[in-house]
Every structure is written in structure tokens, then in C-alpha cells.
Design a protein around this ligand. Structure first.
Ligand code: FAD
Ligand code: SIN
Length: 559
């Protein structure tokens, strides 16, 4: 872990302006937006997003938000399912906080304008997904939940004069002074070469996931592990980077970009078939198509490897045609573009990198190992997902822990009465990567897909690390800087850390499967892989080890 331990830009060399706030938030997905909207209105907030406001993983969420709001459900059952999916690695207190907060989070979202799908009797419609024991997934627009969540929260942010929106603004690195985070270095859209300092008593890292580490992913192009890489460079404790959830069913039509086919399709009764038409999952797990994601992903991968065409298919042909078209309009539309019918054709699917379970070690209120820095959402590792995330728990995590973090900040900090700056919502310069940088990124993705994906082993992980290091030095030789180069550096830094964590954990658990260590070791139950500093290297421990002693958290809503 020697690559890139210093900041990408030297804070001392900055000549640009300093922008002062009560809180600076990196990321306008569900986590960053929840935090910003739940803070009291006398806090001045800078909300940064590296693309247009609204572009994020959040926007593409399909299945929905899990919350125990059905008459046959309870937070306790939701808690049990989350812990079971987590394969011995969930933090029970964080899970408890999550599921207990779910009904309020949903009510809050509805109160600011979100419209969820309803049943004919007017009650909220609840979908079923893998490893949930109840129908408990709220959805919107059928399969467009993320779009509705992001739309609602973005509209709410526009109505909050205390939040300055810096769209197309790239956060490069955290500013750390004597072990405390004081702000960050960013680039504003209107001048790609002028670096500015955002300073605040609290910086919130809500920069999302890392799906772009792999060639096939459900994630949009912005998921380049920037938050994780910034944290690694700043020496903030991270954990569980080996746990990457591969979604079993991403549409795999040659020549087309990958597109998720929500698990809710299997929740509605769709089958997985091999090329001979057999339902292969029935032989692999009692829950068949609704087995935990890692089991289905491995089942698909091994079936693909053992059949001549290398293809597996989702089959909805036995289900009610009109009901399926009404329930999954976005997917039906995407299939149509590719010349396929949702209800009449077999849909080719393959596993794809989907959710980054590990990240910056954080308590439920976002507190990290570094004073002044909170982490939320997919960039954080709060312990709620354990070794394998329960479907539809991550929008929920952003909502509930964003609320908790806002309550924590409101309690610990007094707003400084800072006047508004002018928001930067202009479109940024196009982030064109040179062919050379693109080539390096594609090589990293290909290596990660070959050696650090659904199934890993020591030999492959060693090869991956060596190959990525070579690419790191190639990138170092490129004289230019800019968003594309910084993203490539972030991807390389994250790739090395993920490979390191996967090498360190010599067992198989949840989303991390080692063919050379196929057993789950009971002595590693509850043992997270922690990287507290580059010098100390990987070690097992509790997520609370690198965190300060907990302060009381006010979980009350602050709107
Ligand atoms: P994001 O929503 O990814 O937002 C990240 C933000 O950080 C963006 O605004 C981005 O611009 C900003 N950012 C990143 N780097 C920088 C930088 N360097 N400078 C400035 N800004 C930066 N979860 C569910 O619970 N239910 C689902 O049904 C579901 N379906 C999914 C379907 C798809 C296709 C995908 C990809 C994910 C799905 N997930 C689902 C997962 C879920 O959407 C994400 O985990 C969640 O939305 C993450 O939210 P976030 O706020 O942490 O990050
Ligand atoms: C899906 O809709 O299948 C994705 C749900 C999730 O990842 O939580």
C-alpha cells in the first residue's frame, strides 16, 4: 500500500479563493442530500457534485427502499433479515438504528413530495426481493424508485437558501491539519485549472461507490471510488473493501451498455434458465432465484462457464403480461431499444459489480476516525450491510444515517452566520479522458474483472496487484492533470486497496468468495478487515476500534 499516500495536490500551493461554510458535503446522492436537507436551516452548506445535480447511483436505483411498514411486518423482522444476509459481519447496533429509522425516513420522504406506487386500495405497494421474509420494498414509477427519490430531494434542496449547490465541481482531496479535517480542495466548473479551498468545521464524504473498478457494472460512469481514495490518501480508517456485491442480473446484450434488471423481477416470480431451458437455481439453493445475491451470482457465473453459449436468461413469459409491463416500464423500454420484449423473450443476463459494501469506517451518525470528517452512504462502511447487503437497504441507509448525522452536527456545532456564496450550477467543461488515460482505466477494469470479482484466489490477486502497480507507474508518467486523470488515480488507488483486502481475508463469507479458502471461519465472525493506516497494514477487528468513543446522538428529525 505505498501507491499515492500523499494528496494529489499540495494544499500549500493553492492560490485560489477560500470558500467558508458550516458544512461541506461531497456528494448529492441520497446520503449527501439527506444530510443537507435534515440540517437546521441556519447552517450554511456547500453541496458538491462532480456532475450535474441529480446524476448519481441513487438516480438509477430500481427495486426500491426497504421499510417495515406492511401490516405483517416489523422492524424486528427487517433486522433479522438484514443480519442473516450480512453473514456474521453486521454491526447489530447499526442495523437496529437503520430498521427502526426506516418508517420515519419513508414518512419524511413522502412529506417532502415523494410519490410511491400504491395498491388499488390506496395503500403503499410493497415489493419482494431476495432474502426478505416479507413484502417490504417501497417503489416508485414501477422500477424507477431512484429517479423519484433523487427528483424529490433535488427539488427540496432548490428550495433551501442555506444550501449552495456546486454542481460540476470536483473534490480532489481533503485538507488535513494536525490530524483534523478542515475542508477540501476542489475545482470549480468555470475554471478547470483554478483550485479552490472549501473550509468548514465538518466535511461529509458522501461520494458514493466504486463500480467503475470493473468492466461490467450496474453503476453509472461517476462511480470511480473518489471518496475511498481521498480517505486512503488522508489516512482515514477504512474497512471491508473485499466485500463487493455483484448483482446477478444485469442485461448482457452484446454491443449495448449494461443495464440492471431489478431483483424485483425475480421477486415477482421470474425464473433463471440456462441455455437448455433448465431452472438451474432450484438445484443450488432452497430459495432458488431468490437465494442471497452472492449465491445467485456464483450460480449464474458457473452455469455460464459450463455451457457452450456462455449465456443464462431471465424468463418472465409465464407471468401476467400487462402486470409485468406496468410494474417494470423502464426495463421494458430498455429491452425494446435492444430489440427484446420483457414478457415474450428470454433476457440474457450476467453478474455485474453493483454495490461497494466496504468503505470509510463510520458510526451511524457518520463519525469517522478523523475529527472533522463524517462519511455516509455507499462511501461509508457503517456495518449495516455486513458481508452481503440485503437488497434495498442502501437508499434507506442514506436516508436514516443522513438524518442521524445532521442531528449530530446540529447538536455539536453552532452555525457561524456565514453569508451565502453564489451557487455554481453551470455545466462544467467536458471531462474528456485522453486515449492513454482511457486505456489505463480499461486495463484496470479488465484486471479487476478477471481476478478480483465473483470468485478470487491468492494467485489471481497477486497478479492483479502487480498488474495494477504497473498501470500506476504508467499513469504517473502522464504529465497532464484534470478530472479524468484524478479519477484514474482514484480507481488505481482503490483497486490496490480492494485487492489487498481480498488477499488478507483468507476465508469465504458473503460477497467475498475465495476458491482457495472456500470455508467460512467462525473465528472471523464479527471480525472486520481494517486498514487504519498505510503503515499498520490490514488487521482484523471491530468497526468501533478506530472510532472515537461514541457521543450521544440525537436521532430526532430536524426538519
Ligand atoms: P450516490 O448516489 O452514488 O451519489 C454520489 C455523489 O457523490 C454524486 O453526487 C457524485 O457526483 C458525487 N461525487 C463523487 N465523487 C465526487 C468528487 N470527487 N467530487 C464531487 N462530487 C463527487 N439501493 C437500494 O437501496 N435500492 C435499490 O433499488 C437500488 N437499486 C440500484 C440500482 C442501480 C442500477 C444501482 C447502480 C444501485 C442501486 N442501489 C439500490 C444502490 C444505491 O442506489 C446506492 O448505494 C445509493 O444510491 C448510494 O447513494 P450515495 O448517496 O451514497 O451515493
Ligand atoms: C435491484 O433493484 O435489484 C437492486 C436493489 C438493490 O441493489 O438494493
Amino acid at each position: 500500500m505505498t501507491f499515492g499516500t500523499g494528496p494529489l495536490v499540495d494544499p500549500a500551493s493553492l492560490s485560489g479563493p477560500e470558500l467558508r461554510y458550516d458544512a461541506v458535503v461531497i456528494g448529492a446522492g441520497v446520503a449527501g442530500l439527506s444530510f443537507a436537507l435534515r440540517l437546521p436551516a441556519d447552517f450554511r452548506v456547500a453541496l458538491l457534485t462532480k456532475g450535474n445535480l441529480g446524476e448519481s447511483n441513487t438516480r438509477y436505483a430500481q427495486g426500491g427502499i426497504s421499510a417495515a411498514v406492511g401490516p405483517d411486518d416489523s422492524p424486528h423482522l427487517h433486522e433479522e433479515d438484514t443480519l442473516a444476509a450480512g453473514a456474521g459481519l453486521c454491526d447489530p447496533a447499526a442495523v437496529h438504528e437503520l430498521v427502526e429509522g426506516a418508517p420515519e425516513a419513508v414518512d419524511w420522504l413522502i412529506s417532502i413530495g415523494a410519490q410511491f406506487d400504491t395498491d388499488p386500495d390506496g395503500s403503499i405497494a410493497l415489493g419482494m426481493e431476495a432474502a426478505h421474509s416479507r413484502h417490504r420494498v417501497l417503489h416508485a414509477g414501477g422500477d424507477a424508485t431512484g429517479f423519484e427519490v433523487e427528483r424529490t430531494m433535488v427539488e427540496a434542496v432548490h428550495q433551501r437558501p442555506n444550501i449552495d449547490i456546486y454542481a460540476n465541481t470536483f473534490a480532489i482531496d481533503l485538507i488535513v491539519d494536525e490530524g483534523t479535517c478542515r475542508g477540501l480542495i476542489g475545482v470549480l466548473p468555470d475554471d478547470a485549472h483554478s483550485l479552490v479551498r472549501f473550509t468548514a468545521p465538518v466535511v461529509v464524504l458522501a461520494a458514493g461507490g466504486a463500480g467503475q473498478l470493473w468492466s461490467v457494472t450496474s453503476n453509472p460512469p461517476g462511480a470511480t471510488a473518489d471518496g475511498l481514495a481521498m480517505a486512503l490518501r488522508a489516512g482515514v480508517a477504512v474497512a471491508d473493501l473485499e466485500f463487493v456485491q455483484f448483482h446477478p442480473t444485469v442485461m448482457a446484450v452484446p454491443g449495448w451498455e449494461s443495464f440492471l434488471v431489478t431483483e424485483a423481477v425475480r421477486g415477482e416470480g421470474a425464473y433463471l434458465r440456462d441455455e437448455a431451458g433448465n431452472r438451474f437455481m432450484t438445484a443450488l439453493h432452497p430459495l432458488a432465484e431468490l437465494a442471497p445475491r452472492d449465491v445467485v451470482a456464483r450460480g449464474i457465473q458457473s452455469t455460464m462457464a459450463s455451457t457452450p453459449s456462455g449465456q443464462v436468461f431471465l424468463d418472465l413469459r409465464h407471468l401476467d403480461r400487462d402486470a409485468m409491463l406496468a410494474r417494470f416500464p423502464t426495463i421494458a423500454q430498455e429491452l425494446k431499444r435492444r430489440g427484446l420484449s420483457l414478457t415474450d423473450d428470454l433476457i440474457p443476463v450476467a453478474p455485474a459489480a453493483h454495490y461497494f459494501i466496504g468503505g470509510v469506517v463510520a458510526a451511524a451518525n457518520g463519525v469517522t476516525s478523523m475529527p472533522g470528517l463524517l462519511a455516509l452512504g455507499e462511501a461509508a462502511c457503517s456495518g449495516v450491510h455486513g458481508a452481503n447487503r440485503l437488497a434495498s437497504n442502501s437508499l434507506l441507509e442514506g436516508l436514516v444515517f443522513g438524518r442521524d448525522a445532521a442531528a449530530y452536527v446540529a447538536e455539536m456545532q453552532t452555525p457561524a452566520g456565514i453569508p451565502s456564496a453564489s451557487p455554481k450550477e453551470s455545466a462544467g467543461p467536458p471531462a474528456e479522458a485522453s486515449a492513454e488515460v482511457r486505456g489505463i482505466v480499461e486495463a484496470v477494469q479488465s484486471i479487476m474483472s478477471q481476478h478480483v470479482a465473483v470468485v478470487r484466489d491468492a494467485g489471481g490477486l497477486r497478479k492483479a496487484e502487480a498488474a495494477v502497480r504497473e498501470l500506476a507507474s504508467k499513469l504517473d508518467d502522464i504529465p497532464t492533470s484534470g478530472k479524468a486523470v484524478w479519477e484514474a488515480r482514484n480507481l488505481i488507488q482503490a483497486a490496490l486497496a480492494v485487492a489487498g483486502a481480498a488477499t488478507f481475508r483468507e476465508e469465504s463469507r458473503g460477497a467475498h468468495f475465495r476458491s482457495d479458502y472456500p470455508e467460512t471461519l467462525t473465528e472471523l465472525d464479527g471480525q472486520h478487515s481494517l486498514l487504519v493506516s498505510a503503515e499498520s497494514g490490514w488487521q482484523f477487528g471491530s468497526l468501533s476500534d478506530p472510532l472515537p468513543a461514541p457521543s450521544p446522538v440525537t436521532a430526532a428529525a430536524t426538519r
